[in-house]
Design a protein around this ligand. Structure first.
Ligand code: AHR
Length: 756
């Protein structure tokens, strides 16, 4: 491979997708409660419930002193049934998320509802010793009380509310929020908001992800539960096994979009819940479907209706008389494409089309870039003439480098693609560069890919359910991943036209295939015996894998041609076993997992760069203890076949195509001094490249601002850590183009303009 490359930027070939890069926001990893939500008190409503998570109770987040009970009599609101009842001397103290972060000199607004049977003075402290105030509770019904506190030092502490001896008080909806410049409590945590603004997103998707279609029908996200005064909102279990306060609900979502200068893409459930809920996918009952569809139409009215409409008037009542200008609506998230789904989806889409032809509906195509739901979801969307389909793809860096031409093969006649969730699945530099390469592939196909959002966006360190994430944070720190800087470069510098690019000196690369690799079995949750093992006609001694061990190496095999058979018997435990052909990184392996998902699935994975790509899933009767299964696996070049008890179960081609690891893309736009060019370059190789970028029409003297992300190794970077490398900006000048040095494992985004 040459170390000199030339990028020739040619003619404009298409209009760029104007809103391509956006954000995916889901309350996952404490992204909202404990994250973007500026609220410092955790469980201020005393609504955490054991039904949401075994270790939750109504005083989660609080410590108590003296006589404190949780009561439900005469609640603050039917949606906020529990409150704390204190008989003095008594106190409750909240430590927020990892302590309440108090900053010296920052004004904080305390608000709470209280009631008492006799005049009572509450002593409120942020402590120890950071700030204090007193609140008088008059006898009678629930009253809202407020006070501002200004901590004298920066520290993590707790908010303590005490009732004196002989007095009593009920407390609810306790809140502590920093004040903004306008003297009002902040909605969004400022440093996280800034991190989102810097991404310059065109759109924001909300509320998920799986959160949108919920853990069972009772857990679907209903937007009407999430607007209006916070203390009246319906709080519930989060599908990610915590609590949703809904303090960032639909009102705040639309406000966030405005603050970011982005358009909203709400996702509503397609009338079915998440198929990973207990008992699988369920559909909203026939008798409730009309109401559900009306709710969806009401959401559009809430966003866009005039003040004379019922829901437009509600929006105005909540402080926003102007419409939000909603243009898109996603229906469904990663749903299993069943008859129930088709029926419910069709009715929702038809109703929106009829009542709101101005709204573009986005359909769904299952959880992956392939597989049964993808294969069923796309034809269904075509059949229905759905304008845009939401596709999701979490993949290894290798897969991304192999597949960046994926969208060139799509039918430009539609539907178009919203790549609603994607990631290169580590927080390493290798993944960030693979994502950049794949994003160049998306930019090149604006007639196909209209929208894309990396997922997930935010994760609080120590409180996460999913990695990787674009932005990690603690109470007082925002840690931007290397992927973040890639996203920021694409978001911040856009073009209007896609330019043809000729890349000379770069060629796709193929990973070497070792002559032999181990065939290996393991059973992390079961004891499994492997008998009558035959590898390429040769008998091998029996083996047993037990939980907790590393498994057993069966034989060294040729990774391009092998035939293995054995009988597996689970003696005890749950789940099944894995047969891995190949070592793990860097050269990759394929793996058969028999008995996944409570013993029911057989799944084939390919693992590269430390990441599993899911290749094929088949359901079979649940595997039970003592039941022998005869397994045969045959590898012949890329072809992998798996027989279970003599029946062909998987027959697939592994993707062994070369990877495009040196990649260039270009856009152009009008500038004050003439046409400007945005050129993106990825060098995901070990060698430095000397690059010449030539602008085909000989524009004369050119000045360029280049943002370069370079200087770390491919495997530098880790979950929950800030990027091991920061982008640097360099100014470059040249004649008819520029010369650049692209270090190993780097990404550059250059804006070239005529020199002044
Ligand atoms: O991004 C995290 C989760 O991944 C989303 O909630 C879901 O849609 C996907 O499976």
């Amino acid at each position: 491979m040459s170390n000199r490359i030339t990028v020739r930027v040619g003619a404009a070939v298409a209009d760029a997708a104007p809103e391509l890069w956006g954000l995916f926001i889901e309350d996952l990893n404490d992204a909202l409660d404990g994250g973007l939500n500026a609220e410092l008190v955790r469980n201020g409503d005393f609504e955490f419930d054991p039904s949401e998570r075994d270790d939750f109770h109504h005083l989660t987040g609080w410590t108590t002193e003296g006589a404190v009970e949780v009561r439900t009599a005469s609640p603050l609101h039917p949606n906020n049934r529990h409150h704390a009842s204190l008989s003095g001397p008594a106190a409750v103290a909240n430590s927020g998320w990892d302590g309440i972060r108090a900053t010296a000199g920052e004004r904080l607004r305390l608000s709470l509802f209280a009631r008492a049977t006799a005049p009572t003075r509450l002593t409120v402290t942020i402590g120890p010793g950071l700030a204090s105030t007193e609140l008088d509770v008059a006898p009678g019904e629930w009253r809202r009380l407020e006070a501002d506190l200004t901590p004298t030092a920066t520290a993590s502490g707790e908010l303590r509310i005490a009732v004196p001896a002989g007095a009593d008080a009920d407390l609810d909806a306790v809140s502590l929020r920093p004040l903004g410049e306008d003297g009002e409590p902040l909605q969004f945590r400022p440093d996280l908001l800034q991190a989102l603004k810097d991404l310059a997103p065109s759109f924001v998707r909300f509320p998920g992800g799986c959160l949108a279609h919920g853990y069972g029908l009772a857990n679907l996200y209903h937007w009407k539960d999430t607007i209006g005064p916070r203390w009246k909102r319906v709080q519930t279990r989060n599908i990610w096994a915590y609590h949703q306060s809904r303090q960032i609900g639909y009102t705040e979502y639309f406000e966030l979009c405005e603050a970011l200068g982005a358009t909203a893409i709400p996702i509503v459930a397609a009338g079915v819940c998440c198929q990973n809920s207990p008992g699988g996918q369920h559909a909203i009952a026939e008798s409730q479907m009309d109401d559900y569809i009306q709710d969806v139409l009401d959401l559009i009215e809430f966003a866009n209706g005039g003040p004379e409409t019922r829901w437009g008037a509600k929006r105005a009542e909540y402080g926003h008389p102007e419409p939000y200008g909603l243009r898109h609506l996603g229906v469904g998230n990663e749903d299993e494409i069943t008859d129930d789904f088709r029926d419910r989806y069709a009715r929702i889409e038809d109703a929106v089309r009829e009542a709101h032809p101005e709204i573009t509906v986005i359909g769904t195509s299952g959880p992956a870039t392939h597989g049964p739901d993808f294969e069923a979801g796309w034809p269904y969307a075509r059949e229905r003439g759905t304008a845009i389909v939401d596709e999701h793809g979490y993949h290894s860096p290798r897969w991304l480098h192999q597949n960046l031409d994926r969208y060139a093969a799509y039918d430009p006649e539609g539907p178009q693609v919203y790549l609603g969730e994607y990631a290169g699945c580590t927080s390493r530099v290798r993944s960030a560069l693979a994502e950049a390469a794949y994003m160049i592939g998306m930019e090149r196909n604006p007639g196909v890919v209209r929208l894309a959002s990396y997922a997930p966006l935010l994760a609080r360190v120590g409180h996460s359910q999913w990695t990787p994430d674009l932005i990690y944070f603690t109470a007082d720190e925002v840690r931007r991943s290397a992927s973040y800087y890639v996203q920021r470069a694409f978001g911040a510098e856009r073009g209007e036209r896609v330019r043809a690019v000729e890349l000379e000196g770069a060629a796709p690369s193929t990973r070497p295939v070792p002559e032999t690799v181990p065939a290996h079995v393991r059973a992390p949750r079961a004891t499994v015996a492997f008998n009558d093992i035959v590898v390429d006609g040769r008998a091998i001694p029996d083996a047993v894998a037990v939980p907790g061990d590393d498994g057993v190496a069966l034989a060294e095999i040729d990774p391009s041609a092998v035939d293995i058979e054995f009988t597996a018997i689970r003696r005890a435990g749950s789940d099944g076993f894995e047969l891995r052909l190949g070592s793990d990184d860097p050269l990759g392996s394929v793996r058969l997992h028999l008995g996944m998902s409570q013993g029911r699935d057989t799944v084939v994975f390919r693992r590269d760069d430390g990441i599993d790509d899911w290749l094929s899933t088949r359901r079979r009767p649940e595997w039970s203890d003592g039941e022998p299964v005869r397994v045969r696996v045959r590898l012949d070049g890329p072809r992998l076949q798996v027989w279970i008890d003599g029946n062909l179960h998987h027959d697939l081609e592994q993707d062994l195509r070369p990877e495009q690891r040196v990649v260039a893309g270009a856009l152009s736009r009008g500038g004050t001094g003439g046409t400007e060019y945005v050129v993106r370059l990825v060098n995901a190789e070990d060698t430095e490249k000397t690059v010449r970028i030539e602008l085909g029409h000989d524009p004369g003297a050119v000045a360029a601002d280049v943002e370069l992300l370079a200087g770390a190794g491919p495997d530098d970077g880790a979950f929950f850590e800030a990027s091991p490398v920061l982008p640097v900006r360099v100014a470059v000048e040249g004649e008819d183009g520029i010369d650049l040095v692209l270090p190993p494992w780097s990404f550059a985004s250059a804006v070239l303009r005529p020199a002044a």
